[in-house]
Ligand binder design. Sequence first.
Ligand code: GUN
Length: 291
Amino acid sequence: MPAQRLDGKAVAATMRLEIASRVAERTLAGKRAPGLAAVLVGEDPASQQYVKNKHKACQDAGLATAVHRLPATTSQAELLSLVAQLNADPSVHGILVQLPLPKHIEEAAVIRAVSPAKDVDCFHPENVGLLAAGHPRFYPCTPHGVLQLLRRNGIATAGKHVVVVGRSNIVGKPLALMLMQKPTATNPAAGDATVTVAHTRTQNLTEVCQLADILIAAAGVPAIITPEMVKPGAAVVDVGTNNVAGKWCGDMHESVWSVAGWVSPVPGGVGPMTITMLLYNTLEAAKQIDG
Ligand code: GUN
């Protein structure tokens, strides 16, 4: 029997309605609508599409949202000046600077310039530190989206062996942290799992992946996860977003569907969840800043 589908579109739609109703409650109570400022530098087509999708999702949920489009020739000083302006703007609760940035701009400097209170990506070192210590201010969007996608499909992580293939700052590293932590009142998304982190240099990748009750593919390599790597019945979450000859595909080979118990498709799996968790964080930032 082919795997069941981890339908990110469906879970995201449910969560966006929940967020929209909380946003409406706040505005009815006379509070400002949670505001997200997205900053896009340059003309990278994938980044343009991501920002467009984020902007539309914010509008649909009743958030106040603005996209600041800057040319690829923008200097680092000009970008930092815009970030400082957004940091000081009380109508902006969340700031997202879409990555990657043009090569002449130091990403780490821009990430550090965003006020940690408005860092809805959870990229600022202060927020990464809080997350690592088990006291998150925000959860990073894609890792949180993966955990919600599992939980809302009834797939528990507690006590399970989760193998994360990938060690990026955006996905693999923070997801491994969240998965291994013990849940508490202030860290409710923590996974309570046994976690192994593997990557493209892992020598016996097949054997390591075979241990997984839940396998997370986040290496950014098309079809790196093949059927012999998957324990029959395991859940496979595909975080890969690779553009191969104009077509989006994940990190998982299609034939994994016949071995796994659950699979998240690309597109329509983790992607819509990432955007949803950005809305969630913008609402969270508004609560933290405005009460
Ligand atoms: N580029 C790819 N993914 C992301 C993301 O989650 N946030 C930002 N700011 N840039 C990205």
